[in-house]
Design a binder for this molecule. Structure first.
Ligand SMILES: [Zn+2]
Length: 408
């Protein structure tokens, strides 16, 4: 039975095409993270910074929860900083001066942000910090002194720590305003910051591509480009499962358990890093290919139903993929359109629009009654592109490449 189905979908408005033709420079916040290797003196100082920061966070959190519960008043963490200054002058709490003032104050400001997010419904109620968690502190860099403290790719100096031995894996552009120092559960140290950067939009490709998500290839485009599904991701995931299984056999709290816990944390980090690395390369490659990218919507329930797909990259990975495409598209002046994922994109012929009844997942190639022979994934990607661009002037997605109307 043949039916024509693909004509129904939401119409992207023409405004977005016109917006695309304006080629402004965009200012973005790019985040950088680098590993670093502290000296033993720095490690000691960092333990103090983390510990005191935790104390300030927890004490302030307990205080404001108490005041709220017993007096019904909301106090801010900034109110607490007045107390903190007084405490530092007492004999009993003089040790607070061992930590740098900027990290402690920043902890208080961060707690205010955490409460703001909680009241806005964006986050859960702030929690007490424990020593077993990943640790972090933040330093505000004074713009007047930053020249002596930071030079991209060369050095970073922080109060009470001095020069940090950073592994500069790339050279940031711009100047950071805030630096976060972290220690993960595996005991590794890192530095993270954001830099403001001005981007020149990429020369806009006049074409659009549809993107189909899958298992054999994570991404297949309507132009026949296939990303593959890197084996190393699977290997790392297998290693992670193995270390986790071993951890569950250890007696909780024992020396061997702790040692294994570090191994699990390291394996986690390795999976995350390789996946992130691969995703960044993939999404950048996609953005460079087209002026418009069309993709299916991801929905959590749908992903759960499609176990194979979510297992291929992990639920987080799929959402991360979409997130990266979305923000990179915005950065580089490329348009990103999403289409309903329940449209029968695999079963529809992208040449004549006929919909076939059913198709097994193992069918990789099929031919339509109209004579077209399809690669399953490329055909699906073409349909996604068509759904995203139907009704637009200049669209010619069926069997071909969609051309954007370029307004001079
Ligand atoms: Zn056909």
């Amino acid at each position: 039975m043949l039916t024509h189905h693909l004509a129904t979908c939401h119409r992207p408005n023409r405004m977005s095409i016109e917006a695309m033709t304006k080629r402004d420079f965009t200012t973005i916040q790019r985040s950088y993270t680098f590993r670093f290797y502290p000296t033993s003196a720095q490690r000691q100082q960092l333990a103090i910074e983390f510990g005191h920061g935790r104390w300030v966070w927890n004490t302030c959190l307990a205080w404001r929860s108490y005041v709220y519960r017993h007096r019904g008043q909301s106090v801010s963490a900034v109110d607490f900083s007045g107390h903190l200054t007084k405490l530092k002058k007492t004999a009993a709490y003089g040790w607070l001066k061992e930590a740098s003032a900027t990290t402690l104050n920043q902890k208080l400001r961060d707690q205010d942000t955490a409460f703001k997010n909680f009241f806005a419904g964006r986050a859960k109620y702030p929690r007490f910090k424990k020593r077993a968690h990943a640790q972090s502190i933040r330093y505000q860099l004074d713009p007047r002194q930053v020249a002596g403290r930071y030079r991209a790719g060369e050095f970073l100096k922080l109060p009470k720590l001095g020069l940090l031995k950073l592994k500069w894996s790339r050279k940031p552009q711009g100047i950071p305003k805030m630096v976060t120092v972290t220690q993960d559960c595996a005991g590794r140290y890192g530095v993270a910051f954001m830099c403001e950067e001005t981007l020149q939009p990429l020369p806009r490709e006049p074409n659009g591509i549809g993107v189909d998500l899958g298992v054999k290839d994570i991404v297949v485009t309507s132009e026949g480009w296939k990303s593959g599904n890197p084996r190393h991701l699977r290997t790392h995931t297998r290693q992670l499962t193995k270390t986790q299984r071993r951890l569950s056999r250890r007696r909780k709290g024992s020396v061997r358990w702790h040692r294994q816990r570090v191994r699990v944390a390291k394996a986690h980090a390795r999976v995350k890093n390789t996946r992130q690395d691969w995703l960044h390369k993939l999404t950048t490659a996609l953005i460079r290919q087209a002026g418009l990218i069309a993709m299916e919507t991801l929905n959590v329930k749908g992903m759960m139903a499609n176990r194979r797909l979510s297992k291929a990259l992990g639920d987080v990975g799929m959402h991360e993929l979409k997130r990266q495409i979305e923000y990179k598209a915005a950065w580089y002046g490329c348009e990103f359109v999403q289409v309903d994922r329940w449209a029968p994109t695999s079963k529809t012929c992208s040449v004549c629009g006929a919909v076939i009844d059913a198709m097994l997942l193992k069918v990789r190639q099929w031919s339509c009654e109209c004579g077209a022979v399809h690669d399953r994934d490329i055909n699906a990607a073409r349909n996604i592109l068509r759904l995203a661009t139907v009704g637009r002037t200049g669209s010619d997605a069926r069997g071909g490449v969609y051309k954007l109307e370029v307004v001079a």
